[in-house]
Ligand binder design. Sequence first.
Ligand code: PSV
Ligand code: MN
Ligand code: MN
Length: 426
Amino acid sequence: MKLKQQQLEDLNKKGLSDHKSHFDYTTQTLSKNNVDVNQVIKKLAEFQVAIPSWALGAGGTRFGRFSYGGEPASLEQKIEDIGLIHRLTQTAGAVSLHIPWDVPNDYNAIKELAAINKIKFDAVNSNTFQDQKNQKETYKYGSLSNTSAAVREQAIAHNKEVIEIGNKLGSKSLTVWLADGASFPGQNNFQTALTHTQNSLIEIYEDMPTDWKMFIEYKPYEPYFYSTVIQDWGTSLMLANGCGERAYTLVDLGHHLPNTNIEQIVSILMLKGKLGGFHFNDSKYGDDDITVGSIKPYALFLIFNELVYGMQNNPQNPELGWMIDASHNLKDPLEDLIQSLEAIQEAYAKALLIDQQALRAAQEANDVSLCQEILQGAYRTDVRPLVREARLQTGGVINPIDAYRKLEVREQLIKERGKNTIATGL
Ligand code: PSV
Ligand code: MN
Ligand code: MN
């Protein structure tokens, strides 16, 4: 399905006068507080978040999966779907592939299709948590940490292949998330498992082109319920340091035990120049992977506050690889992604409004109440007019969900692809 420029312009025309009055009011109020509104809009317009190839279809739970209809059945269709979201939001200019689900048949054709849709290839993800057809060894008892050298070698070889595939597409980073762990006390020797993991990662690291980065993701539990080899940011950081300069920690918001202070983790990693990648989602209990900002929007804002601070003050930290890591069993996956992008932009915009100098001064003076006033003043601002303006200026639509529905995107996709569809992915 293709969206026509004229269709988008017609929709924007209808919402323009309302938008203008909201935007003018917001600009006036913020300007009085010395906020450079144009600068905020520029930053919002530049902020691009990768869409994972596995979030475009309805996910399931371990109890079942209900098809949404019109889901992408090929890499081509996945890129087209991201193209649709990007066209509306102008914020989703990248895709993150998962191998072997997304191995291209024709590299040039895929690259061309991505270019037409203005989509870049972000980090590529390896998969050593599932056994693939015709695979010699099994990952049942782990991959890079396995007690068997043959299994570890197979998992290392897979990661090298992922790098090769990503390299042909123009990716510049590899994300490693391991399911490796144990479900029962005594099952694993913690030290042996970590040592194997480190050595395996070093081999993969050394195989990366010199302009590539490695992102090491951590997660406290699941699929195993007693221990995970890379359980927390400390372990990830240790492994990254053991690999070298271009290995970094990746923070996935859902990969923390309840009430973990994620903003502090983000801050410290940036101070050390070791935060490489970031996966957005939201959760109430664990790795729920639900819509960004749907449960803990204030926590997301506090995290963005540290990200903004780090981007402004930590030149030792590289530019981050941003990705939404979500799964949808109930909502239209594309609507869910649009809502996530919106929540990310809002949290980012609010964090950009924080008067960093005033906050710093209040912190130095130990004026605790004022610190809170400054943060909450920014948080309570309705920044939606700024987000809409950023979209308008870059050729997107004022209200993406409304446009998506008025343009009957899902209905069209169902017509083209069918009702009982399944997309590969988690
Ligand atoms: C599993 O927890 C997971 O959601 C990780 O967050 C990875 O980033 C993703 O799957 C893809 O492998
Ligand atoms: Mn993740
Ligand atoms: Mn996850």
